[in-house]
Design a protein around this ligand. Structure first.
Ligand code: FES
Ligand code: FES
Length: 178
């Protein structure tokens, strides 16, 4: 049995320790915001934050996650109010949206370390693949999120989601507050 923390909740998965973290999050915890794209570590759709690093959840096993702190897109903010989420909405970054949770997680890790990245730093940190080709708007949104984090700009809050966090928690136990 592997034990670690997901979105501030202690969890124990009764799964093979070699299971990729991605499948525990999606299948056992129903945290389906973390996406499956390639399963080979190339696309970044499955990116989560583990101990402050952007990690591809398809490439790390439950055993390798033992004792660590995992944050998924569902817990980045309670209300989609994280500067990266605000900037992505304001810049209309999303097209089909499939890559967006992984992009947002990778960008949030980058901006925590450096809230004023240039194009080269963004390109080096965000190696996620987008089949819709959002890359130019992605760079703009990450820079805008940096300005929000530095207090140089404010944007209107993103529109409310179609489901409240409380409603979501009723059907997805993993989203309930500890
Ligand atoms: S699904 Fe993990 S990198 Fe593509
Ligand atoms: S917005 Fe469609 S894959 Fe990136």
């Amino acid at each position: 049995m592997t034990r670690f923390t997901v979105n501030d909740r202690p969890v124990q998965y009764r799964m093979d320790p070699d299971t990729p973290l991605l499948w525990a999050l999606r299948d056992a915890s129903n945290l389906t915001g973390t996406k499956y794209g390639c399963g080979t570590g190339d696309c970044g759709a499955c990116t989560v934050d583990i101990d402050g690093e952007a990690v591809r959840a398809c490439q790390v096993s439950l055993a390798q996650t033992e004792g660590r702190f995992v944050t998924t897109i569902e817990a980045l903010s309670p209300d989609r109010g994280h500067p990266v989420q605000q900037a992505f909405a304001a810049e209309n970054v999303s097209q089909c949206g499939y890559c967006i949770p992984g992009m947002v997680m990778a960008a949030s890790v980058l901006l925590r370390r450096n809230n004023d990245p240039g194009d080269e730093e963004i390109d080096a940190a965000i190696t996620n693949i987008c089949r819709c080709g959002i890359y130019p708007r992605l760079r703009g949104a990450i820079k805008r999120a940096g300005r929000i984090m530095r207090g140089e700009e404010q944007v209107a809050a993103a529109p409310p989601p179609g489901i409240t966090p409380e409603e979501a928690a009723r059907t997805v136990p993993a989203l309930r507050k500890p």
